[in-house]
Design a protein around this ligand. Structure first.
Ligand code: KG4
Ligand code: ZN
Length: 337
């Protein structure tokens, strides 16, 4: 089954053709990052306008690269939640129009479910059940994945998401948006033990809290400025990255141990972080757990992951009609269409 998938939830316009939920026939991503960089973050209206301009070209490119047409695929999938509402609406309306014109089934996909499914494209042997850590710009979740479409969230962020914390801390350190990747690069040149940063406590041991850590970084920089002291930015980046990686890893591994789960999966944009990949890999090895980490190319937003999840949603009969809407927030465990 070939699915044409469309993603436009934030600042990437993407389309892909995916076979049987596991094989990438084509995948095209048009990023708007350079333009949003000027403003230090994503400007929602600009994002919507750029999606409008790019979506036809991106979808056509994905179809061309797959040597197929919208009439020849078996279904059309689209991210309908969560995300920037004006951005999501572009993809949803485009997909609805295309599905109507070609008389194909329309499959609505939850963006975070897509991030998790990115791993099915990289690992043909990966099947549920497993425990998943999703760390992205908008989400930090520990999720029990009991089946391809059965999810139970057991921990979530109570304030900032991991990627959001990376981006805000990076901004305080003077890096451009989105700062996660700059912190990652700077970390390699710094001393991860130079500064002491807090690990915030949460009432639920599997929840995350990153805003106190972000504030600690900002205060450290301000205090140094007031005293006329130099901050070693590379070392501060290394300390921040190490602390976030340890918080995410420790809670995730503890949750897996408590549930006696031996198969664990990482997903989301922050899965690209070299510190997190290394810390989690070592912890998995120490605890004799089988760890799946997506290749860097599938960590950030893309439509291939949406096509992968769509295949499994379709098997469960998840099909939308022309009344499909887009939603800025949506439960991962019990999404509504
Ligand atoms: O999953 P994603 O592409 O978009 C959302 O669904 O939110 O995640 C984007 C986030 C941004 O906050 C970005 O800074 C972060 O992922 N990110 C990283 C790295 N690459 C991307 N954070 C830390 N280290 C990286 N190498
Ligand atoms: Zn995402």
């Amino acid at each position: 089954m070939d699915i044409l998938a469309i993603e436009s939830s934030c600042d990437e316009t993407a389309a892909a053709v995916i076979r049987d939920g596991r094989e990438i026939i084509s995948s095209v991503v048009a990023t708007q990052i350079e333009e949003h960089k000027l403003y230090g973050g994503v400007v929602p209206e600009i994002a919507s306008r750029r999606h409008c301009e790019s979506i036809c070209g991106v979808v056509n490119e994905a179809l061309e690269q797959a040597h197929t047409t919208a009439r020849d695929v078996d279904a059309i999938a689209v991210t309908y939640a969560p995300g920037l509402i004006g951005a999501l609406l572009v993809g949803v309306n485009y997909a609805k129009g295309l599905a109507f014109a070609t008389d194909k089934p329309l499959i609505p996909v939850h963006h975070i479910r897509g991030h998790i499914a990115a791993n099915y494209l990289a690992y043909p042997q990966l099947e549920p059940p497993y425990l998943c850590l999703v760390a992205s710009g908008g989400h930090s979740h520990i999720i029990e994945v009991t089946d391809y479409t059965e999810f139970t969230t057991i921990g979530r962020t109570v304030d900032d998401a991991a990627g959001e914390a990376f981006d805000k801390a990076a901004r305080a350190m003077g890096f451009p948006y989105p700062g996660g990747v700059y912190i990652d690069k700077a970390s390699k040149l710094g001393n991860p033990a130079k500064y002491k940063l807090p690990k915030p406590h949460t009432a639920n041991p599997y929840d995350f809290s990153f805003s106190g850590l972000k504030t600690a970084v900002i205060n450290l920089i301000h205090n140094a400025e007031q005293k006329g002291e130099e901050i070693n930015v590379n070392s501060l980046a290394a300390c921040f990255q190490t602390t976030v990686s340890e918080i995410l890893t420790d809670k995730f591994i503890a949750a897996a141990n408590e549930r006696k789960v031996k198969k664990i999966v990482l997903a989301g944009g922050v899965a690209a972080n070299s510190g997190l990949r290394e810390t989690l890999s070592k912890a998995a090895e120490k605890n004799a757990m089988e760890l799946f980490i997506p290749p860097i190319s599938l960590c950030g937003d893309n439509a291939a992951m949406i096509g992968a999840q769509a295949f499994y949603e379709f098997q469960k009969g998840v099909i939308a009609d022309e009344s499909l809407n887009a939603y800025p927030t949506m439960s991962l465990d019990n999404p509504r269409i």
